[in-house]
Each structure stands twice: as structure tokens, then as C-alpha cells.
Design a binder for this molecule. Structure first.
Ligand SMILES: Cc1ncc(C[n+]2csc(CCOP(=O)(O)OP(=O)(O)O)c2C)c(N)n1
Length: 244
């Protein structure tokens, strides 16, 4: 199916309808949605996912040895982080919450980034070179920044997009609602990627929100919101490409 046909159909899906292309063992469930990617791109995507997992294991090991500060594991979220980043232009602006840094693997993670995890700001500064905002710890605090950046890009006539990753817990914060509202009203070029891992540290999804889905929160602010299987890099790829 051509992109022209695919995109509106994807974004007009009911937020209750979770988009999947692959199942857990890699079998194609929805060939009509499969992106038209070169084998080398698919291999590269997989390599980056493996790299993100290995990086994560190594970071946990260093943290347990007392050689890194507090560290949040990204394991299990590689599909959403890498798949969505592959759908972007190289200079689209990325903004992420502490657990979403698998996306950096797709941008050629600079070694200086590790410095951040032992408290050195040079780690965050290195991210500017790959069009990534400093890592965000204050939950949802990065969303208004991502929207402000995108609004400025729009006013400047730039065609770059601001992509922001966050967790399900972030969707309860005032900053989330203010950012989403502003994005809807001013039609800013943003893609909001919520990685719903069912927990906000100790608070389960059912205690976080009474909304039936997190995706429907986007609809409330006047733009498309769809649910995607975050374990499926191809599904996150096509949906991000459509949103972009
Ligand atoms: C403004 C703010 N309030 C509270 C916290 C404490 N806190 C740290 S992690 C976290 C939960 C975040 O959950 P979620 O957004 O789902 O991300 P996840 O850890 O699941 O990736 C909270 C409330 C914080 N970092 N910032």
C-alpha cells in the first residue's frame, strides 16, 4: 500500500485498536502494513536494538559496581525506541526521559554520554551534536520544551520535527497536559511517543489514569493518537513515519 493510502488510515484508527505488524517470534501478522525497507536497513535496525540491550546490560553492571550513579533500565523498550527513531529525519530533534535512551543508538550514541551517568554535564552537552536535548529526569518537564522548540521551528519555516519520548506516568503531570494543549492549538510539528510499560516505578497503569487508553489523550487535544505494540519495531516505525 502506498504511503498516501496508508498514512490517513493508520492515524484514523480507533485508539483501542493496537497496531501490530510482527508477532513475538517475528511472523508477519499484517503484511499490508509492512514498511518498504531495504534488508540492510532492517539489519541495521536490529543491530541497534541489540546494541541498546548490550549497552543497558553493561550500564547495569557498572552501576552495581558503584562506577555509575542511579540508572534506569531500558530492556524491553528497544523496539519502540529504535523503530520510532528510524522513521525520523537525521536532524529531527529528539527529547527523552531517562529510560528512553535506546533511541540514541540510532543516532550513533557518543561515548561522552556515559559521563552524565556519573554526574558530569559534559555527557548531556555531547547530545547537542546529534540533535538530542539533554536527558530529562523531572517527569514530563521536557514536553513543554519539545513543543516550544517545534513551535520555533515552525515559525522559522523549518521542516524539522520535535519528537518526544516519555512514560505512562508522565501523562498524569501538568506539563504533559499543557504541552499537548499547546501542540494542538498551535499545530506544532511534534510527535509524542509514550512508552507505556504499565508502571510508573511503583504505580501501576490502573492507578495512573482512568482513561481507557493513553492514546485517546491525544484525541482530547485535537490530534491523532494511536496505540502501537512497542515490542514491534516495524509497527512503531510505520506509525511514527505516518505521524511525522
Ligand atoms: C516532576 C517529578 N515528579 C516525580 C518524580 C519521581 N519519579 C521518578 S520516576 C517516576 C515515574 C515515572 O513513570 P513513567 O513516566 O511511566 O516512566 P518509566 O519509569 O515507567 O519509564 C516518578 C514519579 C520525578 N522524577 N519528577
Amino acid at each position: 500500500m502506498s504511503r498516501d493510502v496508508l498514512e490517513p488510515a493508520l492515524l484514523e484508527r480507533d485508539p483501542d485498536d493496537r497496531i501490530r505488524i510482527l508477532d513475538a517470534d517475528g511472523t508477519v501478522l499484517a503484511p499490508e502494513l509492512e514498511p518498504d525497507l531495504e534488508p540492510e536497513t532492517l539489519r541495521s535496525m536490529y543491530r541497534d536494538m541489540r546494541f541498546a540491550r548490550r549497552f543497558d546490560e553493561r550500564m547495569i553492571s557498572l552501576q552495581r559496581q558503584g562506577r555509575l550513579g542511579t540508572y534506569s533500565s531500558l530492556a524491553g523498550q528497544e523496539g519502540a525506541q529504535i523503530g520510532s527513531t528510524y522513521a525520523l529525519a537525521d536532524d529531527d530533534m529528539l527529547s527523552f526521559q531517562y529510560r528512553e535512551h535506546g533511541a540514541l543508538a540510532a543516532r550513533g550514541l557518543p561515548w561522552e554520554y556515559l559521563l552524565y551517568w556519573m554526574g558530569h554535564e559534559a555527557g548531556n552537552a555531547a547530545l547537542a551534536d546529534i540533535d538530542v536535548f539533554p536527558l530529562n529526569i523531572s517527569i514530563a518537564g521536557h514536553l513543554p520544551h519539545a513543543v516550544g522548540w517545534a513551535w520555533a521551528a515552525k515559525l522559522n519555516g523549518d521542516d524539522r520535527v520535535g519528537v518526544v519520548h516519555f512514560g505512562d506516568g508522565s501523562t498524569s503531570e501538568g506539563d504533559f497536559h499543557e504541552a499537548m494543549n499547546f501542540a494542538g492549538v498551535f499545530d506544532t510539528p511534534n510527535v509524542f511517543v509514550c512508552n507505556n510499560n504499565q508502571w510508573a516505578i511503583s504505580v501501576p497503569r490502573e492507578r495512573q489514569t482512568a482513561s481507557a487508553t493513553i492514546a485517546q489523550k491525544a484525541r482530547a487535544y485535537g490530534f491523532a493518537g494511536v496505540q502501537v505494540d512497542g515490542m514491534d519495531p516495524l509497527a512503531t516505525y510505520v506509525v511514527t513515519a505516518a505521524a511525522r
